[in-house]
Design a protein around this ligand. Structure first.
Ligand SMILES: [Fe+2]
Length: 403
């Protein structure tokens, strides 16, 4: 079982077309202690499907089953003909046989709507030379638009600092009802700390599945609170990716930084088992490389998404470390916009010629009256940011024109 889950963790890092950084280190101690398959327990899909993507003409379809399973996705361009079949990534010749399912569809056509359904076959008993299958469960047929990454105009919305208030997800997304976005971005601190699988499902995945995630992908980066709690080392296995990354969508090069913790690694609350200084330094070295790539340099706009803002969030160690490490690189790279959270006080900070040469827009939350939905649209000429509070009133706006 642990090996199966280790493969799930490994799968998180083995994706093409996306510049990835580490989060779920391949340590067997990170593997999840799954419940043993009990024959009297109903075999079912606990949650899903939910979509994540790196915008490389592929999409990852994830779901969770109540017991280990052999799983796949059936898909095609017509809902009546799901003629193709895709499995989770094999590792050392073995297909996955886990509860946490992730199937990546690749080689998709840009701008085409695909229809799909998830299928899982229960592994009832797993003996060395005799595997016995049980029930097969099939999800309903769903669809998604495979975004054309070369398109002229793109848009997304940002949620941040939900802090274990799952109703905020639907409430805030309702403010944007009727708009089709390319992705939903979670900028950290969806949770207070990580406790168990039920928390991840009930407080994030299921609300996302109910609202949008069967048809629209989300992109997610950790905040400092996702690094806390006894389940923090299992957390990444529930997602395609939650660490640092970069991708291009339309006129925007997106860079995602995983800003780690707010206190020094030696703080007693971490009990000696965190290593964020080194993790941030690793990202700074990666960012130095990223700003030299043509995808970054030639993009009409360069947007950095990071939970702890690179300024304006106090003088705690994590915030200061982010400033010291990332600000000089982002200034040199001529970043156009930074979107953050963490402070729980929404605010638009204009560029400062001596400090941050780019605007830093910070979303609010998590309490009623302080929550925000940040909406971003971009074409080759301009990028517009509009921040709404949870009553739908615009409380922040910013326009970036192409240089
Ligand atoms: Fe935070």
């Amino acid at each position: 079982m642990k090996e199966d889950l280790l493969k799930e963790n490994r799968r998180t890092f083995l994706k093409g077309g996306l510049v990835l950084g580490g989060l779920a280190l391949l340590n067997p101690q990170n593997a999840i202690s799954n419940p043993v398959n009990k024959s009297d327990e109903e075999f079912k899909i606990i949650t899903g499907p939910y979509l994540q993507t790196n915008f490389g003409n592929g999409i990852s379809i994830l779901w969770i089953t109540s017991k280990d399973s052999a799983s796949w996705v059936e898909y095609g361009e017509s809902p009546d003909s799901l003629e193709k079949k895709a499995y989770g990534k094999s590792d050392l010749g073995l297909k996955p046989a886990s509860r946490l399912n992730c199937v990546k569809l690749t080689g998709l056509k840009p701008g085409v709507i695909y229809h799909y359904r998830i299928v899982s076959k229960e592994i009832r008993s797993f003996q060395p030379y005799k595997l016995t299958y049980g029930e097969t469960v099939t999800g309903s047929t769903e669809s998604f638009l495979n975004t054309d990454t070369a398109k002229n105009e793109i848009s997304f919305v940002m949620l941040n600092d939900i802090h274990d208030r799952p109703k905020s997800i639907a409430h805030l997304l309702d403010l944007d009802k009727g708009n089709k976005r390319d992705f939903i971005f979670f900028n950290g601190d969806v949770f207070d700390y990580q406790t168990d699988e039920k928390q991840i499902v009930d407080h994030m995945i299921q609300p996302c599945v109910d609202y949008f995630a069967r048809t629209t992908p989300f992109v997610y980066v950790r905040g400092n609170h996702e690094t806390r709690g006894k389940f923090a080392r299992d957390f990444a296995a529930y997602f395609d990716h939650v660490g640092y990354a970069a991708f291009t969508l339309g006129p925007v090069r997106f860079v995602i930084l995983d800003t780690g913790e707010d206190k020094e690694d030696s703080h007693p609350v971490y009990a000696g088992i965190v290593d964020f200084d080194r993790y941030l330094e690793e990202q700074a070295m990666w960012l130095e490389q990223e700003i030299t790539h043509k995808e970054f340099k030639n993009a009409p706009f360069r947007v950095v998404l990071m939970h702890i803002p690179p300024r304006y969030s106090g003088d705690a160690h994590g915030a200061v470390h982010c400033t010291e490490l990332f600000e000089p690189i982002m200034n040199r790279g001529r970043v156009d916009l930074v979107l953050s959270g963490h402070t729980h006080q929404y605010k638009v900070h204009a560029p400062d010629k001596k400090l941050n040469n780019y605007p830093i827009i910070i979303g609010g939350g998590p309490l009623e009256g302080t929550r925000t939905l940040t909406r971003v649209t971009a074409n080759k000429r301009q990028m517009l940011v509009s921040m709404l509070d949870d009553s739908g009133k615009e409380v922040g706006q910013y326009r970036v024109s192409a240089k």
